[in-house]
Design a binder for this molecule. Structure first.
Ligand code: GCB
Length: 620
């Protein structure tokens, strides 16, 4: 699905702003036809935003079940002859959409876009305003990703009392819900460009690139033009419907995309009629780069790449998981300031706006799908209840996981910033059925995108895990000295060194430490250091990093976590997860200055090695 942009044939109208909102505690809205009838109460709700932290009412924050959104929209007369798609960047977690009282579409999955042609239901010009109504259900169960279970206080009657329901879930971030990402109307030609797939190959030892372009369109012919970052046309071609609209361009002396030099080309596709008239036009920002795993190494443009960065969350004060360009741009600035080159979209696909920014600003991304919360363990981190059973993850969840991977890869395939796919986080990878499940998921991912390495992020120990054969990179989350051996910094280096060595000798693949971190209350200082203090967080990261430096097969370090974030209430969290190197307001803790020194030094060493860029240590 293409990202919505204005072009000479397409216009986009943003429907952000304040919508009408009503929680449906009794789940009566469907029967009472709230899609077309008045609501019992209406409150204002910003879009995009999570609804949870906007009001002062705990019942709204902790609401379980459906909520309703509504707004009016006018369409100009000129749109009458076009397709007019109503597109949701993301609605968490299940959505039903009506236009002027008639059902337009439904969707499941809170982290990916969906759209439908609303033209047949819309009014245009003087015919009047349109009413858009959305019902969103935030329930997590064993058919959703992430999964969850609803507990009904007062169960016993035939109909559960949803006003007293409590949502339980097994992942560590608050179950924010609502219209999280932009809602837009897009007027575009019928039978225009539906999708574009690109793939890049290096030839002549990097002196040239081959760019394969496949366009999904019913138009007879497409003109394909590539312009370089200065706007100079460097390659042109054409594709035809009878050849499946595939074409290949050759780019001489390409500027290869990397975090150090994020050169962005523009690929312009013009779908034309037989007589040459323009039917549709789309412009895709495109970085040329290749990526592969070779033995112990992760190669970007055939050079070893070391991931320095973080797991992150889409999470901020008040807006929760609501998209906000200000937060994203601030975060990218902080990532550059600290010398990071990458993030993992833990634990779900992020907004397309973030990926476009990462392409442009040079942040490498591990794109993760929302398979998280599929593991239960005891205090020693040993697996307990089985997860991949018929009643749980073995049922319809598998179908949903496959659909989500398909939609994520289809949406994000053309982003240069995405170097690897993560197909899940902290999974019960010791179960036979998990092996079968992930064999199907990895098979699908490789068919959809043969060009990127795959990982599944582990919390199991090497002796338990069974899925290492399915992936290209072993990614491990580990918290020695925090959840295990609390406060014992001295035990960390030996333990992590030994474990990483075990992973390596078991699977002979590169290893990424995808999470390590310590909850830290900004402003809490202790000498000697103790858990939760800023000094402890620094000591903790140092203890891990020393061990990482001793292992040549490590391809990266992702600290958990970029910024503090909200979680459900519980006795292990005080005002959320505080493992942020930055606060939730995006200000640095002491660890940020330590990491900055380390990562800028690493960056300078890499630059000196490649001799392509002058080391930037002026602000070390
Ligand atoms: C993990 C999870 C992450 C948690 C983190 C923690 O391993 O992947 O979602 O937030 O640990 O802080 O416990």
């Amino acid at each position: 699905m293409l990202y919505p942009i204005d072009t000479e044939t397409r216009s986009v109208r943003d429907l952000g702003g304040v919508w009408d909102f009503c929680p449906d505690a009794g789940d009566i809205g469907l029967k009472a036809h709230w899609e077309s009838r008045p609501w019992p109460a209406v409150m204002p709700m910003p879009v995009p935003a999570s609804f949870n932290d906007i009001t002062t009412d705990a019942r709204v924050r902790d609401h379980v079940g459906p909520v309703w959104y509504r707004r009016a929209a006018h369409c100009p007369e000129a749109w009458r002859s076009q397709q007019v798609r109503l597109r949701f960047g993301a609605a968490a977690h299940r959505a039903m959409v009506w236009v002027n009282g008639r059902l337009l579409c439904t969707h499941q999955g809170g982290f990916l876009p969906f759209e439908a042609d609303a033209a047949p239901l819309l009014r245009f010009g003087a015919d009047g305003a349109n009413t858009i109504v959305v019902r969103i259900d935030n329930i997590l169960d064993w058919t959703t990703l992430p999964p969850g279970e609803v507990k009904h206080a007062g169960d016993g009657g035939d109909v559960p009392d949803m006003s007293r329901a409590r949502q339980d879930y097994f992942h560590d971030f608050f179950n924010y819900a609502g219209l999280h990402r932009p809602v837009r109307l897009i007027a575009q030609p019928a039978l225009g460009i539906e999708n574009i797939r690109t793939r890049v190959a290096r030839i002549e030892d990097g002196a040239a690139a081959r760019l394969f372009v496949e366009t999904e369109t019913a138009a007879p012919v497409c003109r394909v033009t590539l312009t370089d970052p200065r706007g100079v046309t460097v390659a042109e071609g054409a594709s035809h419907i009878d050849a499946g609209h595939a074409c290949e361009l050759r780019v001489a002396a390409p500027q290869w995309w990397s975090p150090d030099a994020p050169a962005l080309y523009e690929l312009k596709i013009e779908a034309r009629e037989d007589d040459g008239r323009l039917r549709d036009c789309y412009r895709l920002p495109l970085g040329l780069r290749t990526v592969r795993v070779d033995g112990d190494r992760f190669l970007l443009n055939e050079r070893p790449f070391y991931f320095r960065g973080f797991g992150r969350h889409e999470d901020a004060d008040l807006r929760g998981k609501g998209h906000d360009d200000a937060v994203n741009v601030r975060d990218i600035n902080l990532l550059r300031w600290i010398g990071a080159n990458s993030v993992r979209t833990s634990h779900y696909p992020y907004a397309e706006e973030f990926l476009r920014l990462a392409d442009r600003e040079g942040i490498a991304v591990i794109g993760e799908c929302p398979a998280v919360g599929l593991y239960r363990f005891d205090e020693q981190e040993n697996p307990v209840t089985p997860i991949f059973t018929e009643e749980k993850a073995g049922g319809s969840l598998r179908r949903h996981h496959l659909d989500t991977v398909r939609d994520m890869i289809t949406r994000d395939l053309n982003h240069a910033c995405i170097l690897m796919w993560s197909l899940g986080n902290e999974i019960a990878t010791h179960e036979d059925a998990a092996l079968e499940h992930f064999a199907a998921v990895t098979r699908l991912a490789r068919v959809l995108d043969p060009s990127r390495p795959l990982t599944i992020v582990e919390c199991n120990y090497p002796r338990h895990s069974r899925i290492g054969g399915l992936v290209d990179v072993i990614a491990v989350n580990r918290y020695y000295g925090w959840y295990l051996d609390c406060g014992d910094l001295a035990s960390i280096p030996e333990k992590i060194r030994a474990e990483l060595g075990e992973w390596r000798s078991r699977w002979k693949k590169p290893v990424l430490l995808s999470e390590y971190g310590a909850d830290t209350i900004a402003g809490l200082h202790m000498l000697p250091e103790a858990m939760f203090s800023e000094e402890f967080q620094v000591g903790y990261l140092k203890a891990f990093n020393g061990a990482l430096d001793a292992h040549p097969f490590i391809v990266g370090e992702h600290v958990w976590v970029f910024a503090d974030f909200a979680t459900k209430q519980g006795i292990t969290r005080i005002d959320g997860n505080r493992k942020g190197v930055f606060t939730r307001q995006r200000q640095p803790k002491a660890a940020a200055f330590y990491l900055r020194r380390r990562w800028l030094r690493m960056r300078a060493t890499e630059a000196a090695h490649t001799r392509t860029h002058a080391p930037d240590i002026s602000t070390c």
